[in-house]
Design a binder for this molecule. Sequence first.
Ligand code: GLP
Length: 260
Amino acid sequence: MEIIIQSDSQAGDAVAARMIAGLIRRKPDAVLGLATGSTPLGLYRELVRMHREEGLDFSRVTTFNLDEYIGLAPDHPQSYRRFMFENLFNHINSPVERIHIPDGMTDDVPAFCEAYEQAIRDAGGIDLQVLGIGTDGHVGFNEPSSSLASRTRIKTLTRQTLSDNARFFENPDEQPHHVITMGIGTIMESRQVVMLAFGANKAEAVSRTVEGPVCAMMPASVLQFHSKAHLILDDASAAGLAKADYYRWVYANKPDWQRH
Ligand code: GLP
């Protein structure tokens, strides 16, 4: 794993945006995996800025989102579809037919999940997957104990995730307990992973992901098996890392030809 520690989330967003923009410039028909949550908001703002000010072109880019709540209509304020349009797609030139977000209203979840996996394969696989991390180490909505080989499927949220995300729901009865999420096996097949984690409340999950054992109880730790995973942190989320000084030194001394 490449551990990139920046002083704050804004600097981290800029590193992630440069990686994505670099990929799109090298490969204009790149396939991106995208995440929701509060963490990638700054990254999306930076991509919108690059589109407006630097002409970053999304017209041939295909996207697949990680997850969606079951039972929320696409225009529900808390649906991940609405989140993605409000925070990214409404502000860039992504053709709607290239945007894929799990359908939380499907009446056949298993068939939908199989079709989603097939659509990823048909697009040639994901070139770069953006990830956040839950305080319990979940990626997408793959909660602790998820199979590390899992595919897109239904999951039930843990109490911890429900309480972490409760702040977004005015009416607690509207908060779904079930979701559709890409599996960990699906995520691991993407050619490159960029995980963002900012703030002190992510420090424990980050240190267990990077320096703990790989195990299903800390789903993000599986990234230790990914050959091209970058973790972008701020000082607060990196605070629990035993080897933080080493990661800082490595990144500061990265040869120019290896820079993003
Ligand atoms: C949500 C999403 C994840 C996200 C995580 C962290 O439940 N399904 O993709 O990484 O929780 O959210 P936040 O970035 O708001 O801390």
